[in-house]
Design a protein around this ligand. Sequence first.
Ligand SMILES: Cc1ncc(COP(=O)(O)O)c(C=O)c1O
Length: 504
Amino acid sequence: MLSRRLFTRTQIALARSAARTGSARAPLATSNLAARRALHATPAARADTTARTTTSSLTHADTAASAETRATIDRFQRYTLGTYVRPPLVLTHGEGCWVFDSDGRKFLDFTAGIAVNALGHADPEVARILHHQAQRMVHMSNLYHNEWAGELAEALVESTIAAEQARSTAPAAVGEGASASTATFHPSKVFFANSGTEANEGALKFAKKYGNLQREAHPDRYPQGKHEVLAFSRGFHGRSMGALSATAAPAYQTPFQPLVPGFTHTPYNNVAAAEAAIHEGTCAVIVEPIQGEGGVHMATPEFLQALRRRCDAVGALLIYDEIQCGLGRTGQLWGFQHYPADCRPDLVTMAKPLANGIPIGAVLLTDETAAKINPGDHGTTFGGNPLACRVGLHVLQRIRQPEFLAQVRATGAHLKAQAEGQLQQAFPDLVTGVRGVGMMVGIQLSCNPAPLVDLARERGLLIITAGGNTVRLVPSLTLTADEADQGIRILADSLRAFQAQQTP
Ligand SMILES: Cc1ncc(COP(=O)(O)O)c(C=O)c1O
């Protein structure tokens, strides 16, 4: 009885909080359907809702959290700024694609810390390197060289060049035969930061400087200046003022107006609108070749080709935000490598998986842009620290292996096929589409997917939403076919429960 009362109170608090923040917008918002119904329902309906959620397959019920766990959460919430709505469990550790909570429950993790833990949780080699490096040196700033930042920079540049050379002899998976170009992305330098947002801020600053120098050199060509940036609908680039200005979501932007001037947005994949919006005053175009937060949408080859063409025509830089889709997640080292050669970028930003969860971000630049950046133009205290860079080097060395990437493609294709067969075909009214490539799979629903996140978690599977109506599967790249099948089975069970809830 006590736990039922606590459950109701906690869940209602969660629901209220979700309603306050706008659950579709709150990061990882997982407002519980039962809780939301409880909030608005009559006592009789409330009892009915609870009965429906306690089905036999509900192996990880929120209501089963121990009193200790609830007390801990209450205490944590008292002191933590409420920018996230979290379910009533406390995660303690993980192993591979599995995580465990303080009550000893085991969950299959299809979130990987939002597409971060590429090698899974508690990878023994990552742990060994962390331990060893922590005993040597964690941080010394960028005032000095350290043993690892330069190694990682070299590995990023050389791995990209090698991957591009290998790719140039293979047809693009998307838009095959669409281009006779043999262009490759040939980076020469790396800037290290601490997160995806910071990587994008760096890239935008480099592009602004590039544009300003162009303007100085050619005042007649750029009389109005050259500092505008084009970004796209549903794109997500981060939450600091520059990155947020590039992120075209009113719910993220509105409370923080005025933002940085000079940012324009056009619809993703709309070639004509993008072509019209890129002009002589544009210094950069920033785009995710495969959108993550926006709902797992792939760019069309024609769209990326048009961006490249227009950027060349007006002397603007093309920035690919590969923070979510890069570094092996799609089964290629870079997401753009699924596309024809004449879509290659000038700058690439990365972060999430690079150090398997140790914060890091980076920008890859071609010589042309790198040559415009001088000492003092940009900097960071933590970026490039030896701890993150040493782990990053290890992660990169593992994920760039052709066998590793082939495994991501194979398991990812299996995961997607299972989602199509076991979910879309079995629940055609609820599941209206399956998208994505590699270990980046979006399952589009005909309704708000937040309740499904809760139903899956209460059955032992962690998933996240993306865009307005999509569930996103971004597990560790080490996921096995068997784990993919287990997750799909739980999702099918969750969809059955979802369907039952929808039925009056
Ligand atoms: C494509 C993309 N860009 C930028 C970011 C921001 O990265 P971070 O949260 O590490 O600052 C994200 C985060 O989800 C992302 O998916």
